[in-house]
Design a protein around this ligand. Structure first.
Ligand SMILES: NC(=O)C1=CN([C@@H]2O[C@H](COP(=O)(O)OP(=O)(O)OC[C@H]3O[C@@H](n4cnc5c(N)ncnc54)[C@H](OP(=O)(O)O)[C@@H]3O)[C@@H](O)[C@H]2O)C=CC1
Ligand SMILES: O=C(CO)[C@H](O)[C@H](O)COP(=O)(O)O
Length: 466
């Protein structure tokens, strides 16, 4: 057996799948895990590729097994466990070795960890991996953040295991230190918005139009054959077609309506605000998950305030047009955050390439990304996707449909935090003169904050100050 090319520590859902993907692609790997059970389980699954796998019991042994300079990939929670892992490995590694955090990390942590490892002559890579277990096993989309040197060491491996789109691997270097994890975080923010938008339409169709989950699933499957084609529409169609094996009717009805969240959507919203942006659709989706967790309160409020909603009869063609417009706006918001971060951190992110690496393997893969990539290659006015000429006819058709959907939905009592905020974003940004003059007047009145006049005259306070 040849020397392992890379060590993988953490054989949970994602680590095991990535390791199997590597071994399946002929990459020599060494693996280990904190507890013993997953190592034995992994070796059973890896039996067809056993020639390419060395399994060891401890982290120390894993490091000893790897030739220098080492590539050591950890697929463990990127929070305190990652810092504990680094405490353990730093004294065992040699100058020039590379540690890869392939989990979902807060990019601020990644930047701090990169600086910490650099003090020891070590490289640290923040690798965003998307595609869930299936993607990790058969071809994920990967967003690399780290030095050019560590990219040249890792690129041959990542290119072999990545999803491909039109022959090119869906893996690339985004920039140094936290750039890869930041792009992955925004990917997840878009994922949150897309999932919530789908859930809002599901609600309208289920409770407004009275369709069954299976009928709605079939509708999502039909939409998935058109311009809305995407992984999330595909799996929504599938998920809604299942019945509960325990006999409680449609599977979706047997699931508690309380959404989990591990942090990436929230980080996206927080970073957007810190960067002077506001990704309202992503914020709306994070809010919806937070409100969903308040199940007990909603029970009380529903009994006290009434949970009535009126019937609706949405037209499926209009819905499709509305959803496409909303999806353009949600990606537009995501790329605006990337643009702001790229400027702030000097990353020079390549948006067309990011759209391409999201085109396959990842959770937000969607047909629309072809046009997004092309729009960025054309250079949209003001760097804004929603101003790209290629989207003009789609938005001209879709925005009135979205307006009708949102107004009818809200009038009938449905919460539409993502779809409604898409319209607020659109309607705000298309107004050359907005409402902020009044905000400025109020700020000056209560706090003498001052304002600029439209005529440019050097008078910065209102007559209320005499
Ligand atoms: N699941 C998904 O769809 C995706 C997950 N991710 C990210 O991948 C990472 C791993 O997630 P996932 O595989 O789903 O998680 P799992 O819960 O399936 O696996 C967690 C792994 O981390 C190990 N681990 C946990 N705590 C420690 C610790 N303190 N020290 C050492 N090892 C530890 C576990 O070891 P042990 O067996 O001993 O408990 C196990 O190997 C996370 O950062 C997650 O955000 C990224 C993309 C998609
Ligand atoms: O990164 C992922 C997908 O891209 C993970 O599945 C992540 O856990 C999803 O986020 P959340 O758990 O908050 O829904």
């Amino acid at each position: 057996m040849a020397d392992p090319q890379i060590g993988i520590y953490g054989l949970g859902t994602m680590g095991a799948a990535l390791a199997l993907n590597m071994a399946d692609n002929g990459i020599e790997i060494a693996v280990s895990n904190r507890s013993a059970g997953p190592i034995a389980e992994f070796m059973t699954r890896a039996e067809p590729f056993a020639d390419h796998v060395t399994a060891v019991d401890t982290l120390e042994a894993l490091i000893e097994t790897l030739p220098v300079p080492r590539l050591l990939l950890a697929m463990i929670p990127s929070t305190a466990p990652m810092d504990g892992f680094l405490d353990q490995v730093i004294p065992l590694l040699a100058e020039g070795d590379t540690v890869i955090d392939a989990g979902n990390a807060d990019f601020h942590s990644t930047r701090a960890r990169s600086a910490r490892l650099a003090e020891h002559g070590l490289h640290f890579v923040g690798l965003g991996v998307s595609g869930g277990e299936e993607g990790a096993r058969h071809g994920p989309s990967m967003m690399f953040g780290g030095s050019e040197e560590s990219w040249s060491g890792l690129e041959p491996i990542l290119s072999k295991i990545a999803a491909t789109f039109e022959g090119a691997p869906c893996a690339d270097r985004m920039g140094p230190d936290g750039a890869g994890h930041f792009v992955k975080t925004v990917h997840n923010g878009i994922e949150y918005a897309d999932m919530q938008m789908i859930a809002e339409v599901y609600d309208l169709l289920r409770h407004g139009a009275g369709l069954s989950p299976a009928e709605i699933g079939a509708q999502f499957a039909r939409w998935n054959d058109g311009p809305l084609e995407s992984y999330l529409f595909e799996i929504t169609g599938k998920v809604l077609s299942y019945d509960d094996p325990l006999g409680a009717g449609p599977m979706v009805d047997a699931i508690l309506d309380r959404a989990g969240q591990k942090g990436t959507g929230r980080w996206t919203a927080i970073e957007a605000v810190k960067l002077g942006q506001s990704a309202t659709m992503i914020e709306g989706a994070v809010a919806a998950r937070a409100w969903s967790a308040e199940k007990a309160l909603r029970e009380v409020a529903g009994a006290a305030l009434g949970a009535d909603r009126a019937a609706l009869a949405p037209d499926m063609g209009e819905l499709e047009a509305a959803l496409l417009a909303a999806r353009i706006l949600e990606y537009a918001q995501g790329f605006r955050i990337l643009d702001a971060a790229s400027a702030e951190y000097g990353w020079q992110l390549d948006f067309a390439r990011i759209a391409e690496i999201w085109r396959a393997g990842c959770i937000i893969r969607a047909r629309l990304l072809d046009d997004i990539s092309a729009a960025f290659r054309d250079g949209p006015p003001e760097r804004q996707l929603f101003l790209a000429p290629r989207f003009a006819p789609v938005l001209e058709r879709g925005i009135p449909a979205l307006r009708q959907l949102v107004s009818e939905g809200i009038a009938a009592g449905y919460p539409l935090p993502v779809l409604a905020s898409a319209l607020a974003f659109w309607d705000t940004l298309r107004q050359p003169r907005g409402t902020a003059a009044l905000i400025q007047a109020q700020r000056d009145f209560f706090g003498r904050h001052g304002f600029d006049r439209v005529d440019g005259r050097a008078v910065h306070h209102g007559p209320w100050w005499g």
